[in-house]
Design a protein around this ligand. Structure first.
Ligand code: ZN
Ligand code: ZN
Length: 168
């Protein structure tokens, strides 16, 4: 997906940039992503003085390993995207403290920016359900499926040490 900065600036009107990206390769390194559908990209490139603002929404459907029980957790991930680009050669009035990506060439490949944004917006703690009981820390069964008889009382290690003191 290519943004042509000069073209958008000379047209002077917002240009839609819509595509569907296959992110299978991007997700290969992520063990928590079991399956990821294509990334739907709906952006608009808007000229603003000598800068082009690219903004819109991205979304994808994916399955993650539930962070409690490791079973697939299906999630619809949707997030906004907004970046501004300007040509390195342009004498821009943009103050240096503002966030603008400076492009060496007129043609900017947006895919790396879209991918980076996607990775930042993947769920940090995916859950198959809000009430997922997770795996038993003692016997390892999936407690959503089997009620084991392990005691799951958490003993404060300091209390355990006290118990030992008074044991005799
Ligand atoms: Zn779960
Ligand atoms: Zn158990």
């Amino acid at each position: 997906m290519i943004l042509r900065i000069q073209e958008v600036l000379s047209k002077g009107v917002p240009t839609p940039l819509n595509t569907t990206l296959d992110v299978t390769d991007l997700m290969k390194g992520r063990r928590d992503v079991l399956e990821a559908g294509p990334l739907a990209v709906r952006l608009t490139a808007t000229p603003e003085a000598r800068v082009v603002r690219v903004e819109g929404e991205m979304s994808l459907d994916a399955s993650f390993a539930c962070s409690r029980c490791l079973e697939p957790a299906h999630e619809h991930v949707e997030f906004p995207f907004s970046e501004r680009f300007k040509l390195a050669t342009s004498e821009s009035a943009v103050p240096p403290e503002e966030d603008v990506i400076v492009a060496e060439e007129d043609k900017v490949d947006l895919i790396p920016y879209l991918e980076e944004s996607l990775l930042l917006h993947l769920p940090f703690v995916p859950l198959c359900s809000d009430t997922c009981k997770g795996l038993c820390p003692q016997c390892g069964v999936n407690r959503n499926e089997i009620a084991c008889s392990c005691s799951n009382d958490r003993i404060d290690p300091r209390m355990a040490a006290l118990k030992d003191l008074f044991k005799d």
